[in-house]
Design a protein around this ligand. Structure first.
Ligand code: ADP
Ligand code: MG
Length: 626
């Protein structure tokens, strides 16, 4: 070796990762082969992409391939690729730091995951550093395609690495792993071959093992559907998704017009964001005529489909398009639209064919569809059909679609109703569903904070307006007959008009700072009071979410709209409150405030807990006095 040597320290988080890799990951050791091969394949893809537009590529004649050599005398495993290579600076940067953003949280999550289930680690792709799972010394000799001279990177994974100039190298990268004593079986050809078969069959460059090509280079997605075996799909999914289990759904489709598309998309079995791993990177790669244009493409599908894994290949895309230009390329947005619609249609078909399975999908990935419905106007119609919610006519835990709801609607019903609550039991005990139960009108229970945003963004479904049941102007009220019948019941059952007017007037004064109005309810059946929303757009649930996020961001709670309160003239508490008002106005005011706070709580809205508890004790104090 000639030339200068420089020594560098690993970045702190890189060293931490190395410690995890070296000390706790040996059970999943085989993946180091996968990681090194996948880096080699990436480097080859990059070179192939560059050579479309550039002519002055160093060693341009070299075939694009990966070669693995095993040496049982020196106990080394060597992986060579003829890819893009690395300059000295690139070696220092790429192999001294972790590319992953927010590396520290990433590391903490990974260490946590490794404790629970070691096979999860494959999902993280510890990358190049996996070489230290099997090697006590790792050498990386690399020469960039840009003609600069080559270098050797060398480290034993503890603390530091060196970079030495090394003239005379070919283009690409050679990684020499000096195997640890207990990892010597990696010099056995059968072992490496079986690992390649397991993880890397679909690498789109020849992999030569001791001079022999061991993979079949093919683009599965361009083959005829009827010629592809189930196992091949399964293996391909595991390969591109770094997954251990079978996918939940698969869609393989081809089109010639209006665009030439070959797409192979998979829905995984698990949702990694649900495990608290942070936002996942998109998992679909964009190809043009089998050449990788954009790995983990952010543009080929909407962001809310980031949970999908797979490949999109279109011959219509210009081969030399840059990643930057993809973002505002009209053809790409057209592709995105066609593929997204096709995928959503596929989900609709799956739901029809096997509802149980679709509900499993919904529990795992429904949140992404909701994200789509609130953020993406373009696919609202399709997404509306895929949403699932519990309702007064669904079994607990068995959500139904809006289309089912529409089928059950009576001939006079014009709107679709929903109400938010923390749980089915809470919603059913609350005041909002009383009139619906009485009239046998189905009402959807939205039990996630995001649900009301989803439905209000959707606005309508199948031509029917989506209406929150806490709206002040809800049309579902007692009809005239019923109201008259109520009034005929007489004073002993119900407050008369004058008494009611007096009571509401007085309550409005008492609650002046918290409500915009107090009115006689036409829809309460049993409960004494309820809070309704005058503006008709925001539901109480949406307001609660916004208030919480304002608080998170330290923004004072301004701008909350004042609510209307409805009171029930047939409720004993309201009737007796009118009488109490005449006897002891101060105490009646305490009760009125408490009724208001209770109604606020039933609406899921915030009250001042301290003031409420103190008032509550004062009222209880009076009760025990007798
Ligand atoms: P990732 O592949 O997820 O980016 P890795 O840890 O596997 O992370 O690799 C880090 C970086 O090192 C890569 O992004 C790439 O820039 C560089 N690299 C690794 N192996 C090679 C190789 N064989 N040829 C060229 N560059 C490589
Ligand atoms: Mg990698």
């Amino acid at each position: 070796m000639t030339g200068k040597t420089a020594t560098y320290e690993f970045k702190a988080e890189t060293q931490k990762l190395l410690d995890i890799v070296i000390n706790s990951l040996y059970t999943e050791r085989d993946v180091f082969i996968r990681e090194l091969i996948s880096n080699a394949a990436d480097a080859l893809e990059k070179l192939r992409h560059e050579s479309i537009t550039k002519t002055d590529i160093f060693d341009g004649h070299l075939p694009l391939e990966i070669a693995i050599e095993l040496d049982d005398k020196k106990n080394t495993l060597t992986i060579t690729d003829t890819g893009i290579g690395m300059t000295g600076e690139e070696l220092e940067h790429n192999l001294g730091t972790i590319a992953h953003s927010g590396s520290n949280t990433f590391l903490a999550q990974m260490a946590e995951a490794a404790k629970k289930d070691i096979s999860l680690i494959g999902q993280f792709g510890v990358g190049f550093y996996a070489a230290f799972m099997a090697g006590n010394v790792v050498r990386v000799q690399s020469r960039s395609w840009d003609k600069s001279e080559g270098h050797e990177w060398l480290s034993d994974g503890t603390g530091s690495f060196t970079i030495t100039e090394m003239p005379g190298l070919r283009r690409g990268t050679k990684i020499i792993v000096e195997l640890k004593d207990d990892a010597k079986d990696y010099v056995q050809k059968w072992k490496i071959e079986s690992i390649i078969k397991q993880y890397s069959t679909f690498v789109s460059f020849p992999i030569k093992l001791a001079g022999e090509v061991v993979n079949t280079v093919q683009a599965l997605w361009t083959r005829n559907k009827s010629d592809i075996k189930e196992e091949e799909y399964g293996e391909f999914y595991k390969f591109i998704g770094s997954a251990a289990s079978e996918p939940m759904y698969r869609l393989h489709f081809s089109a010639d017009a209006p665009l030439a598309i070959n797409a192979l998309l998979f829905v995984p079995a698990e949702n990694f964001e649900m495990f608290g791993f942070g936002k996942t990177d998109p998992g679909v790669n964009l190809y043009c005529q089998r050449i990788l244009i954009d790995q983990h493409s952010k543009t080929i599908l909407p962001e809310w489909l980031r949970f999908l894994k797979g490949v999109v290949d279109s011959e219509d895309l210009p081969l030399n398009i840059s990643r930057q230009a993809l973002q505002d390329n009209a053809l790409v947005s057209k592709l995105r639209k066609v593929i997204t619609k096709r995928f959503l249609k596929h989900l609709e078909e799956e739901a029809k064919n096997d509802n149980e399975k679709y509900l499993r999908f919904w529990t795992t990935f429904g949140i992404y569809l909701k994200e789509g419905a609130t953020s993406d106007y373009e696919f609202q119609k399709e997404l509306g059909k895929l949403l699932r919610f519990e309702s007064s006519k669904s079994e607990a835990g068995k959500p139904v679609g809006l289309a089912d709801y529409v089928l059950r609607m009576g001939p006079d019903q014009k709107e679709i109703y929903y109400i938010n609550g923390p749980s089915r039991v809470a919603v059913e005990a609350g005041p909002y569903v009383e009139m619906f139960t009485k009239k046998d009108v189905e009402i959807i229970y939205t039990m996630e904070p995001i649900d009301d945003f989803v439905l209000s963004h959707l606005g309508e479904f199948d031509g029917k307006k989506l209406v929150s049941a806490d709206r002040a102007d809800l049309s579902l009220t007692k009809d005239e007959e019923e109201t008259k019948a109520d009034e005929r019941v007489g004073e002993s059952e119900r407050l008369d008009k004058d008494a009611l007017a007096k009571l509401t007037e007085w309550m409005k004064k008492i609650l002046e700072t918290s409500v915009s109005d107090v009115v006689v309810s036409k829809r309460l059946v049993d409960a004494p009071a309820m809070i309704v929303n005058p503006d008709g757009f925001m539901t109480s649930s949406m307001e609660r979410v916004l208030a919480a996020s304002r608080k998170d961001h330290g923004i004072p709670g301004m701008g909350e709209s004042k609510k209307k309160m409805e009171i029930n003239p047939s409720n004993p508490l309201i009737k007796k409150l009118a009488a109490l008002h005449d006897r002891d106005e101060d105490f009646a005011a305490e009760v009125a405030r408490q009724i208001h706070d209770n109604a606020m709580i039933q609406a899921g809205l915030v009250v001042d807990p301290l003031a409420m508890v103190e008032r509550n004790y004062r009222i209880l104090g009076r009760v025990v006095e007798g």
